[in-house]
Write a protein of this length. Structure first.
Length: 184
């Protein structure tokens, strides 16, 4: 009888140990899932912050480029941060100078408004200023992943405005920049 009692007591103890083991496993799985959800949300927040910082960096780069004498609109009429599209086009014809000056892998100015045909500006006689929408100042040497963009105001001289002497035309555009990697 004592042996039977000992076996029943032993089986109950084993059952309690198994219940405790399953409970510990369930608690660990629960905390693992909570940690997974927490880290997923944290990583998403970091990705959002990284995108915001990349946008801010693109705007900072555009402001810096707009402030350089090579691209700045120097006629002072209230547009200190405008890019001179005519200067940019002339600079695109000597892109080795621009590469050395700014240490960039890619620099392109896109004209957004008013709309123009989707093609690169090649020469004043061929399609600049009214037959194109892209002025590539520095041609890409590698893939364009990681390109930073910012909206900019563009200014160019237009002989068709205001009669004989002409006038400045203001346009809306975007600047695309790819910084050179360290060690390149």
């Amino acid at each position: 009888m004592q042996m039977l009692e000992h076996v029943c007591s032993s089986k109950r103890a084993q059952m309690k140990i198994q219940q405790m083991a399953f409970m510990l496993v369930a608690v660990m799985i629960f905390f693992g899932m909570v940690a997974l959800v927490y880290f997923t949300i944290s990583i998403k927040g970091l990705q959002d912050k990284a995108e915001i910082l990349a946008e801010e960096d693109g705007r900072r780069m555009a402001r810096q480029l707009a402030g350089t004498p090579e691209l700045a609109y120097t006629v002072r009429d209230g547009c200190d941060s405008c890019l001179d599209l005519d200067k940019a086009f002339q600079l695109s014809t000597i892109n080795s100078y621009a590469e050395d000056l700014w240490n960039l892998d890619y620099l392109m100015i896109e004209r957004i408004s008013p709309s123009f045909p989707d093609q690169k500006c090649t020469s004043p006689a061929n399609n600049y200023p009214n037959g194109c929408n892209e002025i590539e100042i520095i041609a890409p040497k590698r893939g364009l992943s990681g390109t930073k963009t910012a909206f900019v105001a563009l200014v160019r001289w237009d002989d068709s405005i205001g009669g004989s002497p002409g006038a400045y035309r203001y346009e809306f555009g975007r600047i695309h920049v790819l910084e050179r990697e360290l060690g390149s």
